[in-house]
Design a protein around this ligand. Structure first.
Ligand code: ZN
Length: 93
């Protein structure tokens, strides 16, 4: 049995994962990432299933846009956490 810790508490403690004690939408009783609110097991499965596709797609895109990502990330250093904060996590806290 895992110890229940809210996302807020985990954030304060500087942890990377939290645990709600409730199953995710696919029924996994797993830890979730503080940054994205994603179920660890869902993400693992998704990564295994899409590993090849993702690699191929990402590589192709980077070949075509070598400097775009770098420049854009420098201009928007917090885009990811801000976007997640606004769009993903609010309903799952
Ligand atoms: Zn899951």
């Amino acid at each position: 049995m895992k110890e229940i810790i809210s996302r807020k508490e985990a954030k304060v403690l500087g942890l990377t994962h939290y645990f709600t004690g409730k199953p995710c939408s696919r029924g996994h009783l797993s830890l979730r990432y503080v940054t994205t609110c994603q179920c660890v097991e869902c993400l693992n499965k998704w990564q295994i299933e899409n590993a090849d596709k993702k690699k191929e797609y990402g590589q192709r895109w980077r070949d075509r846009n070598p400097d775009y990502i770098k420049t854009w990330k420098q201009e928007n250093p917090n885009w990811y956490s801000e976007w997640i904060e606004e769009n993903t996590c609010t309903s799952q806290n």
